[in-house]
Design a protein around this ligand. Sequence first.
Ligand code: GLY
Length: 410
Amino acid sequence: MKLQLGLLSTVLFLSSCASQSTPDRDIVSENFDFSAEQLKYAFTEIDSAKAHLSEKDIEKQVFAPRNIQPDGSLRLVASRDWCSGFFPGELWYMYERTGDDYWKEKAIEFTAPVEREKTNGGTHDMGFKVYCSFGNGYRLTGDSTYRDILLESAKTLTTRYKDKVGCIRSWDHNKDKWQCPVIIDNMMNLELLFWAAKESGDSTFRNIAENHALTTMKNHFRDDNSSYHVVDYDTITGEVLHKHTHQGYAHESAWSRGQAWGLYGYTMCYRETGREEFLDQAKKIADYIFSSPTLPEDKIPYWDYNAPNIPNEPRDASAAAVTACGLYELSMYDKENAAVHKANADKIIESLTDHYRAEPNGDRGFLLLHSVGSGNHDSEVDVPIIYADYYFLEALLKKDKLEKEGTAIL
Ligand code: GLY
C-alpha cells in the first residue's frame, strides 16, 4: 500500500504541476478577483435584505449572510448563529490577499457584532464564530482589543468542558434524547483553545483541547475510519450512550462534512501538538475519503458518502472546501503522500472554480453554489452556504502560500 501510494505520489505530483498556478492559469488570483467583485455585490444584497427585515430579525440584530432561502431571499443571521463568523472571516481573507484597507474596514465592521459571543456559555461553536472573525483579525492586525475578546471567548468555551467525559459539550438542545452530545464538528473549535494556551501561557486551554481530541478519536471513529456525527456521553460515568449521525443520511452513514471537519481538525491538532496519533488519524480520514467508491471524479462529495440515491443526490461543496484546507496542510506533515494530498486539494479547487461558482453579480453575492446544511432534515439542501465560501478562500490562501513559501499555515 505504501509503495503504491509512493508511486502514485510521483505520478500525481507530475500531473499536479499542471494544475498549479501557471502563467496561463493563476487559479488563486482568478478566484480572488471574482470574489472581490462578488463580495462588493454581496454588500448591496445585505443592504437590500436589511431594508426588509421582520421585527424579530431587527430585534435579533441579524447582520451576516448565511444562505439563500427556499424563496430565493438572502438569510441574514445574528451573532448567536453558529455561522456568524464566516462572512467577517472572508473579508479578513480579502484583506490578507489584497492588503487593501477597503477590505480591512469592511472586515472590522462585520467582525464587531460577533463580540457579544465572548460571554455566551451556551455555544460550543465559539471557534467558528470568534476565531474565524476576531482570530483572523488579530492575526492580521495585532489589535490588542481583539486579543482580549479572543481570550475571554476561549475561557467561556472551557466552561463547557466535562471532566468525566473528557470533552467539551456540544449541543444543549434535544435534552430528552442526549445527555452530553459531542459532535465531530467540535474539533474545529479547538483551534481557539490552542491559540489561547500559546497567547496566555495557561496550559488549561491546551489540556482541554488535547483531551477533547483524544476522547473523540477513541469514540467517534468506525473501523473503516469514517466517523459518526454525534457521540452522546453519560455525564456522571463518562460512558458512551449513543452514536448517531444527525445531519447525515443514517446513524451508520458517513456524513460528508463531518469527515471533512475530522480531517482538518486532526491535521490542525497535529500542527498544534506534534502528537503522531493525531497525524495518523488525519491520514486515515483522508484515506477513507479518497478511497470511497462514491466520491465522484471531480472530488466534490455527495452530501453523505452513503446517501441512498447516488448519483442522484446533491453534492456538498462545503465539505470539499473544508477537505481542501485540511489536505494542503496535511501535505506538509505526511511527506510520503504529500503530492497525493496536494493533487487532491488542487482538483477540488479546480472543480469548485469551474463548476460550482456562483453567477457574477448574482446568487445573492455568494461565491459557491451546491452545499448541503442538513440533508436529513431537508434544510439548506443544494444552496449556497457561507461556510463553503469561507473555507474556499482559506484553501486558496493555503494553496498560494504552500506553492510560494512551502507552508500552508496562514
Ligand atoms: N454544525 C456544523 C455543520 O453543519 O457542519
